[in-house]
Design a binder for this molecule. Structure first.
Ligand SMILES: [Zn+2]
Length: 454
């Protein structure tokens, strides 16, 4: 009996000794609410000609699931910097603040710094610029999220091991007169690489993987518009794991930043492909988890919902989800088209070819009116070439029509205050069940990692 007792205690202590989330992945779908997840799963089922309700994302079958609040200290509807601060640092702040309290008298310490202090390596990965609000909430402390130069200075001083994203928005300040922040980044021991191959072959201890300078530095292209040489989140996640893996553990943030951007434009066809891109990156983490199931924690959530997306267009019955597959271009490509001189007839042809829609009589009324009010001067005929004085209203109006035809009905072009889903698998994943406040997310990660939150 005594032997059994000693054996049990020994086994238990060994188990406990290894029950620590040593490899932590946090995936953030920026703007990814329940509507975005549901519509993407419906899109996947339709794409594979499978039964309604059978589409699944990598993370939606994780054993632990819950939902998180998103409100900030100043509003029911948060912005990405306030919500980023909440789930990076464990404290609410007002919209616009980054890693600091409401009146900017206190700098918060993010989960990334806390784990770094315990010997974990840290990686920050996004599909937009690295100085954008969500990734920046893990390393920066600034009164305003739009202080991109100062945010990049904080990046240089963070000591984190791996960054990847499109680029930096303001490397020489808003006026272009400041010392190039890439010099400061280099002085702090970072090597900047601008291709996946250079990243792979680099042995530098601290890396920034950015897009080539010939590409936009503000974001990766939308998945729907991508060329074969554009990065995917799965590729950068794979490289991040390679660079971060070590015996003391790592923390890796992966943000799908353009789920939010597509949703701001009410572009459901682009949005679902961005969610799939994030899901593919989660699959890479899941393969890692299968090798180290007792030491890995994967959490997938969102910072807020964007667009007030409902599934269904109010016409009942068939919601036309198959149409999402026929969409071949994003709102960004539509904007580029509208920036050229274009007639109303040419626009309709372009929409049929690239958005895969047929304009109905009622759409025609709305579209014609939007086109006429956006034109420098009202066109004489449908074939009159026009220059548009602004493209934003027309682009958003068109995308709302396109999305509604394909089952995505939006209620706003902004964020909403609804709760967002949380999914988790691995060591400590049971902590992420039920209703969670967004400030508890980093504290739960710390608990799983056996790091005291003070
Ligand atoms: Zn947004």
């Amino acid at each position: 009996m005594k032997k059994i007792f000693i054996f049990t205690v020994f086994t238990l202590s060994v188990t406990l000794a290894y029950s620590q989330a040593k490899y932590v992945f946090l995936f953030i779908g920026d703007g990814m609410g329940f509507g975005a997840v549901t519509l993407t799963e419906d899109y996947l089922a339709a794409q594979n000609a499978e039964a309604v309700g059978s589409g699944t994302l990598t993370f939606s079958t994780f054993p632990s699931a819950g939902f998180s609040t998103t409100y900030s200290a100043s509003s029911l509807v948060t912005c990405s910097s306030a919500s980023g601060t909440a789930f990076a640092c464990g404290s609410k702040t007002r919209n616009g603040r980054l890693g600091v309290n409401e009146d900017v008298t206190e700098s918060f310490t993010s989960i990334a710094y806390r784990l770094k202090e315990k010997g974990y390596k840290v990686g920050i990965t996004t599909s937009v610029s690295i100085d954008h609000a969500t990734p920046a909430a893990f390393y920066a402390h600034q009164p305003s999220r739009s202080m991109y130069y100062e945010v990049a200075q904080d990046l240089a001083k963070s000591g984190f091991d791996f960054f990847s994203g499109a680029g930096l928005l303001s490397p020489q300040g808003n006026e272009g007169l400041q010392e190039n922040v890439f010099d400061l980044i280099a002085e702090n021991g970072y090597t900047v690489v601008r291709s996946l191959a250079d990243c792979q072959s680099s042995t530098a201890p601290k890396l920034l993987l950015l897009q080539p300078e010939s590409k936009p530095q503000k974001a990766y292209p939308y998945v729907i518009d991508k060329s074969s040489d554009d990065y995917t989140l799965a590729q950068t996640t794979t490289l991040a794991i390679e660079k971060l893996q070590n015996s003391k553990g790592f923390f890796l943030l992966v943000e799908g930043g353009k789920i939010d951007w597509a949703s701001h434009s009410n572009d459901a066809g682009s949005m679902v492909r961005e969610v799939v891109d994030l899901s593919d990156a989660v699959k890479v983490a899941l393969e890692f988890y299968r090798k180290y199931p007792k030491q890995t924690l994967i959490v997938v959530t969102a910072d807020h919902e964007t667009g007030g997306l409902g599934v269904g267009s109010g016409e009942g019955g068939d919601i036309g989800i198959q149409g999402l597959e026929r969409q071949k271009a994003s709102e960004e490509r539509l904007t580029q088209e509208l920036e050229k001189t274009i007639s109303y007839s040419e626009l309709k042809v372009w929409l049929a070819e690239n958005m895969g829609i047929t304009i109905s009589y009622s759409d025609e009324v709305a579209l014609r009116s939007l086109f006429a009010t956006s034109a420098e001067s009202a066109p004489a005929t449908d074939d009159t070439p026009c220059t548009l004085k602004s493209t934003e209203t027309l682009t958003k109006g068109i995308m709302r029509i396109v999305s509604a035809k394909n089952g995505g009905s939006y209620s706003t072009f902004g964020h909403t205050g609804t709760m967002v889903p949380v999914y988790a698998i691995g060591e400590g994943s049971e902590l992420f069940r039920g209703k969670i406040d967004n400030t508890d997310i980093p504290k739960k990660i710390a608990k799983a990692a056996k790091v005291e939150w003070k």
